[in-house]
Design a protein. Sequence first.
Length: 270
Amino acid sequence: MENFLDELVKNVQASGRYQFISEDLIRQVGQSELNKGRKLKEAIKLTRSKLHQVAVAYQETPIPYNQLNETLASLPSDLHAPEMLNFCRETMRRHVSTAERLPILENYYNEIFSALPPIHSVMDLACGLNPLARPWMPLPDDAVYYACDIYEDMTDFINRFIVYTGQNGSASMCNLTRSIPSTSVDLTFLLKSVPCLEQLDKNLIPQLLQQIQSRFIVVSFPGRSIGGKNKGMTDFYSKHFEEILNNLPFESHLYSFHTELTYLLVRINK
C-alpha cells in the first residue's frame, strides 16, 4: 500500500497545477482513496479531482510567482505607495477568493475592525492571497501578520512580500485537517475556507474553531459559486454555520456584504 501511495503522490505532483500543493495533503487524500479499495489509476484521478475542488479551481490560471517576484522587487517598499497598492490589487485578482472581495475591500475591513479593540497580531488561515490586503486593514505598522496555506509557491511569495514591505510576520505551509497553528494572536481570519475544509473532513470545523488561539475569529463564506451563481448559498451557509456555533463558546455577529457572508466570533471566557 505504501508503494502505491508513493506512486500516487508522484503522479499527482507531476501535473503542474498540483506540483506545489502540500505533499502531506496529497498523501492524506490519496490514502483515503486507496483505503476505499480504489485501483491506483482511479485513486490518482479522484485525488486530483478532490484537490481541484478544494484548491486548484480557485486559480483560473497558474499564478506566475516568478514574474510577480520580479515586479515586486521593482516597486517602492512602502505598503501604501500607489504602485504597491495597484500591485496588491492586481495580484489579488488572480485568485477567485480575493478577486471577489476587491469591490468591497476597504469597506470590508473597516467595518469588521471597527467592532474590534486594537489588533496587534493576526493569523490568516488558508490565506490564499489575502495577506496582500494588508494595506486596507486598519492595523498598526508594527502588527504581526502570520499566514498559512497548502501551496508552497504561494507561501514563498507571501513571505517575500512580507519581508520586502518591512512587515513583522511570516507565511508557512499548513494542512489544517492535520495540524492547527498554535501561535496565540489577537485575531484569526478563516475566510471562505470552511466549505473546502469540510470537503476534506466534514467534522473538522468545531474542533478547528475551538483550537484557534485567538479571542476574535472572522469566518466568511462565499455569496456565490465560482461560476457566479447564487444558488441560495448564503441561506445554506448561515443555517449550517449557526448550527455549528450552537455548541461552541462564541458570541457571533453577522455581516452581510454583497459578495461575502461574514461572522465575527468573540470567544466567551468561562
